[in-house]
Design a protein around this ligand. Structure first.
Ligand code: GLU
Length: 295
């Protein structure tokens, strides 16, 4: 079977208990399908990246027995690909320049009382859709159509989002010159031939945007499986922003057992390789036997 999966951390902080769940699940799914598992370092948002963090994440993954099946790719080295995709979208009028400042957008969002989620943007009111009216271009946006996007998550089932009402015309290239996560992730998933995206449930709300972009660029849509989130004592999602503790590379099995528990797998005794093997069997039972999980 042709299966290519990936784990795509942003090197903005170390791997923590929450990100290890996504790393382990994506690795297990690839192994259970006898597919490939690729590591992609998502350092496209350069101002938020921490020097040396990508290398540390690779070290943490290695301590957990999770090795990429190919040399890791770094988004910071792939701008030419993202530019090519943006140029294509501009040439068919699916992308357009935007002159709005952050202040313009914040003012509009304050008025409508919007709340922001991870990787979400303020709903764009469409100000520059019909042209810049003499103002300088700052960012580039995708022209989003009205049709709701429906897709099937392997764990969560049927999903639907009207991208136009959820976020509107979203950013492809930011005013600081960085390509947006949404564009980079879609271009890379296609370029790397990713068939299956397994990642944290905090990214569910970005999937419809990514499908809209895949369609606009003529790419195939991979299957998606969003894993459960790890919550802290306050019931908030563990995150780098709130200072979640790094995976301890001296005690990988403790971290792996915790991550496996979140995924509904039973605890394993060491060594790490044997534990991973045990979970791979369990994962295959859980996810490959049931036709209902196949998208
Ligand atoms: N780099 C993204 C993050 O750490 C994950 C992207 C993805 O898996 O699609 O939030």
């Amino acid at each position: 079977m042709n299966y290519v999966g990936r784990f795509a951390p942003s090197p903005t902080g170390p791997l923590h208990a929450g990100s290890l769940v996504a790393a382990l699940a994506s690795w297990l799914d690839a192994r259970a399908h006898q597919g490939q598992w690729l590591l992609r370092i998502e350092d496209v948002d350069t101002p938020r990246c921490v020097a040396g963090m990508a290398e540390f994440i690779v070290q943490q993954l290695a301590a957990c027995g999770l090795y990429s099946d190919a040399t890791a790719v770094y988004q910071s080295q792939r701008s030419a690909l993202y530019q090519q995709a943006l140029t294509t979208l501009l040439s068919v009028d699916r992308a357009y320049p935007c002159a709005c400042t952050r202040r313009d957008l914040e003012a509009a969002s304050l008025q409508s009382g919007q709340v922001r989620l991870r990787h979400s943007e303020l709903i764009y009111p469409g100000t520059c859709r019909a042209g810049l009216r003499g103002r300088p271009a700052r960012a580039w946006r995708l022209r989003v159509n009205h049709a709701p996007v429906c897709w099937l998550d392997r764990r969560l089932g049927a999903q639907q989002q009207d991208v136009n009402t959820a976020v509107g015309d979203f950013i492809l290239k930011r005013a600081d010159g960085c390509f947006a996560y949404q564009l980079a992730v879609v271009v890379d998933d296609a370029a790397q031939g990713i068939t299956d995206v397994v990642r944290g449930a905090d990214l569910v709300s970005t999937t419809a945007r990514q499908i809209v972009l895949q369609r606009a660029l003529g790419y195939a849509t991979p299957r998606y499986l969003h894993t459960p989130l790890v919550l802290d004592a306050n019931g908030d999602k563990l995150s780098k922003q709130t200072g979640a503790a790094a995976i301890d590379i001296e005690r990988p099995l403790v971290a792996l057992n915790q991550a496996a528990g979140v995924l509904g797998l039973t605890p394993q005794a060491g060594p790490v390789a044997a534990a991973l093997n045990g979970w791979t069997q369990q994962w295959a039972e859980l996810w490959l036997r049931s036709k209902k999980n196949a998208c």
